[in-house]
Design a protein around this ligand. Structure first.
Ligand code: UD1
Length: 376
């Protein structure tokens, strides 16, 4: 990217949901002449389907720097990102580091920046599931407390930060950048007709995604979720783009034959952004343990069953189509059957989920002391 401004911002991405969030932010940054954005990809996600496909669909510029950290235990992955990112900061000496979401790369880079006394902006701050067994809960809580700018998506998030003693001046309620991306690409996704490629008709199928460690790393829970799936498949075909973590567990837990026997199940590789959005748009309902999908279905008016005991996104339950059903068969199946009957398809627009979150973030950042050159 061109060397043309006085506020140098290192933007960090690592995993699939990060790409969806950074796209509109980078786009907005390139429109501010005083800002010079750099993009660092840690390489936490590296498969074509988990990374490259999103850069292509979302027109994200090539990263200026790729750290290539790959997979590992939490400590290994976090440590590798930290070691490599420290070198980037020493070389680039940015005025600000911007991190998004709650993956291991988010916390790792925030920690390095804090120790180098580089100001940090955290996009999607303040979300809390209040479940410390989730790695993401640790990542987002610590990142918020290291950040100088906490950009939030909802009033709940603002309240969570206030309760934890984050000063009011650091909290900026800007809306949801994921929805900026959704609004921009919905027309293109509508033309994709992913359902047709699976031999399915609009409204004639459901979609499933699963990747949370609490769901797929425990054979008992994963097995119970498959019991529910078997029952739902008797009523409706289900498309299941399977995350690499879950794919590995299927084999490890000996579920391959069981899954192969489910003839109305369409198991496939993870899909790109546009193909998956198209699949959701034409579906009857979605079952997921993802955070972002709860938000997207709310805005699209697609019924969503969240296969977890809690959500860090309560606004999607209060205003949207989301129902948190847990992982027990009776509840999942009865809610799915209800949705096949009718199901609420009203589109909801939580406050500031209007496609303008990234420009609002830039309105705040352009007032950063270095932005007028005075701090240099
Ligand atoms: C990570 C995030 C999670 C996010 C999710 C989206 C953390 C703690 N978790 O979980 O918040 O919702 O990304 O997908 O950061 N793998 C591949 N190819 C890839 C990436 C991963 O094969 O491109 C496999 C590896 O075997 C790896 C496993 O998937 O061990 C899990 O990847 P990892 O990055 O550790 O966490 P996710 O489950 O993807």
């Amino acid at each position: 990217m061109a060397d043309r401004g006085s506020l140098k911002i290192v933007n960090v991405v690592g995993g699939r949901p990060n790409f969806v969030k950074i796209a509109p932010i980078l786009d907005a940054m390139t429109k501010v002449p005083t800002i010079r954005p750099l993009l660092v990809h840690t390489g936490q996600h590296y498969d074509h389907a988990m990374s490259r496909a999103f850069f292509e669909d979302l027109e994200i510029p090539e990263p200026d720097c790729f750290l290539g950290v790959g997979s590992g235990t939490h400590a290994e992955q976090t440590a590798r990102v930290m070691v490599e990112f420290e070198k980037v900061l020493e070389k680039e000496r940015p005025d600000l580091v911007l991190v998004v979401g709650d993956v291991n790369s988010t916390l790792a880079c925030a920690l390095v920046a804090a120790k180098q006394i580089v100001p940090i902006a955290h996009v999607e701050a303040g979300l809390r599931s209040f479940d410390r067994t989730m790695p993401e809960e640790i990542n987002r809580t610590l990142t918020d407390h290291l950040s100088d700018y906490c950009f939030t998506t909802s009033e709940d998030a603002n309240d969570n930060l206030r309760r934890e003693g984050i000063p009011e001046g650091r909290i900026h309620f800007v809306g949801n950048v994921m929805i900026d991306t959704l609004r921009k690409y919905e027309p293109a996704a509508r033309k994709k007709r992913t359902a047709e490629a699976f031999g399915l008709t609009p409204q004639g199928y459901a979609v499933l995604t699963l990747h949370r460690p609490s769901n797929v790393d425990d054979p008992k829970t994963f097995g119970l979720l498959l019991d529910s799936l078997e029952e739902i498949l008797r009523k409706v075909p289900v498309v299941f783009p399977i995350h690499p973590r879950s794919r590995r567990r299927v084999t490890e837990f000996g579920f391959d034959a069981r899954i192969a026997a489910l003839d109305r199940l369409r198991l496939c590789q993870p899909l790109g952004y546009l193909a998956f959005l198209s699949l959701m748009l034409d579906s009857r309902f979605v079952m997921t343990d993802s955070g972002g999908i709860q938000e997207e279905t709310t805005v699209l008016g697609i019924p969503c069953l969240t296969l977890r005991e809690n959500t860090e996104r309560p606004v999607t339950v209060r205003l949207g189509t989301n129902v948190v059903v847990g992982t027990r068969r009776e509840r999942i199946v009865s809610e799915a059957l209800r949705l096949l009957g009718e199901g609420d398809r009203r589109r909801a627009a939580p406050p500031l989920w209007d496609g303008q979150a990234a420009p609002r973030i830039l309105e705040v950042l352009r007032r950063h002391p270095a932005a007028d050159g005075s701090a240099r």
